[in-house]
Write a protein that binds this ligand. Structure first.
Ligand code: TRP
Ligand code: SF4
Length: 333
């Protein structure tokens, strides 16, 4: 029997190349080997977007369509909406007894997020909400209610997995052996830098290329990308390793990379031409994704059906697990 695997995405924006190369491309392989549950984590998205419900709602559909567009197969992947599984919220409450406030405050992922969201939580994070501080507990419930033994996540999520394992150990030691400790799936993923050369591509950083960007947008973005600052005119030799245009050539242009690299180094290549070639390669890379995405845009009822079907399957598993939990906790009245 295939093992269960679960991962989640917060529906707060469309997928960009950072998501694609950093995580989602890997899902394409995993969907063949595992029983794959993919949670659209709307409840988690609301923990820091509670005043913007419209944004979360819209992005539930946007992100689902993006994931289908990259080639996730709805016959293999169970797409489900977190808020439709009330057992997750229930388990979160039971788990919250097993974790201390100071342990949550020390979670590095949460700490980073608080410092980058000062406007939401106040200057020192002193006004951080109960719900936000507790989202790792809710994420532990997400993972374990589906017996997720392996979780495909990036390194930024490792502290959340560690927190989940601690909760599982505590739960099992008190109530008996109900849950498995999840492990990270190690995969060859790439962290993608932003158009501006920033180590991370992100929506809030304004340096992302989205899978749905049209040709005009791609052109504008790539034309403005950071190149080797020492190259002033066309004939100057340059260093492709410090150039974001070459960096993206490496991601999406498999044909003439050596030529690009050599011509850049020996000064036989102008940046404008080089950017034009990247624009073409990027559009060619995005085209099949966007064609697939258009199919789902034109057929919203199919997307709805995929979500309903996946959610029904997830509900069944969650219900069964919850009866086991309640029995173990002696609240199975
Ligand atoms: N916290 C994850 C993120 O920020 C999303 C997520 C929600 C998740 N539930 C999950 C990841 C369960 C792995 C497993 O992207
Ligand atoms: Fe970058 Fe290409 Fe210009 Fe070299 S020629 S600096 S790789 S844009």
């Amino acid at each position: 029997m295939k093992k269960n695997i679960l991962t989640g995405l917060r529906p707060t924006g469309n997928l960009h190349l950072g998501h694609y190369f950093g995580a989602c491309k890997n899902y394409l392989k995993l969907q063949d080997d595992f029983n794959f549950y993919l949670e659209i984590a709307d409840v988690q998205a609301l923990t820091d977007n509670f005043s913007n419900p419209e944004k979360v709602r819209t992005n539930v559909y946007e992100i689902t369509k993006d994931l289908l567009a990259i080639g996730l197969n709805p016959d293999k992947v169970h797409f489900f909406i977190q808020s439709k599984i009330p057992e997750i919220a229930e388990l979160t409450i039971f788990y919250s007894n097993l974790v201390t406030v100071s342990r949550l405050e020390r979670n590095p992922t949460v700490k980073n997020e608080i410092s980058s969201k000062k406007e939401l939580f106040g200057n020192n994070g002193e006004s951080i909400t109960y719900g936000f501080l507790g989202y790792p507990v809710s994420q532990a419930a997400d993972i374990t209610i589906f017996d997720g033994e392996v979780v495909p996540v990036g390194d930024d999520q490792l502290p959340l997995l560690e927190q989940c394992r601690e909760i599982v150990r505590k739960f099992n030691s008190i109530y008996g052996n109900v849950f498995k400790e999840p492990q990270q799936v190690l995969s060859e993923t790439t962290r993608v830098k932003g158009l501006d050369g920033n180590e991370k591509m992100g929506k809030s950083l304004g340096n992302a290329i989205y899978l749905i960007d049209d040709e005009e947008t791609i052109k504008t973005k790539i034309m403005a990308a950071v190149t080797d600052p020492n190259k002033i005119k066309k004939g100057d030799p340059a260093n492709p390793d410090v150039c974001m245009v070459f960096y993206y050539h490496k991601l999406v242009n498999n044909n003439n990379l050596d030529t690009v690299c050599n011509e850049c180094k020996n000064g036989h290549r102008g940046c404008v031409q080089c950017k034009k070639e990247l624009i073409n390669a990027m559009n060619a890379f995005l085209k099949p994704i966007q064609e697939k995405r258009k199919f789902y845009d034109d057929n919203p009822e199919i997307v709805e059906e995929i979500l309903n079907k996946g959610t029904a399957q997830a509900q069944e598993i969650a219900k069964n697990k919850m009866s086991e939990v309640k029995k173990a906790m002696k609240i199975d009245y």
